[in-house]
Write a protein that binds this ligand. Structure first.
Ligand SMILES: Nc1ncnc2c1ncn2[C@@H]1O[C@H](COP(=O)(O)OP(=O)(O)OP(=O)(O)O)[C@@H](O)[C@H]1O
Ligand SMILES: Nc1ccn([C@@H]2O[C@H](COP(=O)(O)O)[C@@H](O)[C@H]2O)c(=O)n1
Length: 247
């Protein structure tokens, strides 16, 4: 089966992000190879700044009982905690640059360990190839699926500039750099997961409730697949995050 994805550019034109999507059988096989286990539930949530990732994660938490770990929120909390990395994180966020992976991964690992919930999703991670490779190597976790929030830049810019959360990076200069970093560093990670048949494109330009309808379909179909595989329990689910479960 072929999946064709589009990333809308500034003017709204679509460019190809085309790949083979694995069949269910192939996918199940690769999941089994991944951890030698029968079932996984984990999702990634990449999308451009302001595409509505955080908003939809809150809905997923309420509706599906997942825990939500936002890499950006964890970094902001670490910045404000007076830690030795605080100044570096503050400078990177202010410029819209990506914090070194070891810092972000430690924060994610700690949050995942402290959380008792077996199902979780990670928001805004991985932002680049280094994030992805380091996370997978340290945790031995790969996402079962990836939600790609597709939204034109003009719309994301408007949303961010109207967000009103007093964020250092919600200004026109930083947001333009974040778009550049996103195109250069984050899109290749989506292409990587797309080549593994893990990406679900969501039209994030629609109103919030319509976006959530599309998100719900993806999560529902994954939960159905899990239950038809007769899982005893559902594994951890970060963007990634997973522990193996008994079938
Ligand atoms: N579908 C939507 N339509 C209109 N506004 C939206 C939609 N989704 C989110 N918003 C609004 O846009 C702003 C940005 O949303 P949100 O913080 O969820 O984005 P994000 O992708 O998590 O951003 P970032 O990566 O910068 O943290 C918020 O003010 C939110 O209320
Ligand atoms: N994996 C990540 C995620 C975020 N950052 C930094 O935080 C900023 C805000 O992130 P949001 O997810 O809340 O939009 C982002 O621009 C980066 O500076 C990061 O370094 N690595």
């Amino acid at each position: 089966m072929f999946l064709k994805l589009f990333q809308r550019g500034k003017t709204g034109e679509a460019s190809d992000l085309e790949s083979n999507e694995e069949s269910d059988d192939e996918r199940q096989g690769s999941e089994k190879r991944l951890k030698g286990s029968a079932a996984f539930s984990k999702s990634h949530d990449p999308g451009g700044p302001g595409s509505g990732k955080g908003t939809q994660c809150a809905n997923i938490v309420k509706h599906f009982g997942y825990s939500h770990f936002s890499a950006g929120d964890l970094l902001r909390a670490e910045r404000d905690s007076g830690s030795e990395n605080g100044t570096m994180i503050k400078n990177m966020i202010k410029k819209g640059e990506i914090v070194p992976s070891e810092v972000t991964i430690k924060l994610l690992q700690r949050a995942m360990e402290e959380d008792g919930n077996d199902k979780f999703l990670i928001d805004g991670f991985p932002r680049n190839e280094e994030n992805r490779a380091a996370f997978e190597s340290v945790t031995e976790i790969e996402p079962e699926f990836v939600l790609f929030f597709d939204c034109p830049e003009e719309e994301m810019e408007k949303r961010v500039l109207n967000r009103n959360q007093n964020r250092d990076d919600d200004n026109i200069e930083t947001i333009r750099n974040r778009f550049k970093v996103y195109m250069e560093s984050s899109l290749p990670v989506i292409e990587y997961y797309n080549s593994k048949g893990k990406v679900h494109k969501i039209d994030a330009a629609k109103p919030i409730d319509q976006v959530f309808e599309a998100v719900k379909e993806v999560f529902s179909s994954h939960e159905d697949r899990m239950s038809t595989r007769n899982c005893a329990s559902i594994s951890r689910s970060p963007i990634c995050g997973n522990e193996t479960v008994a079938a």
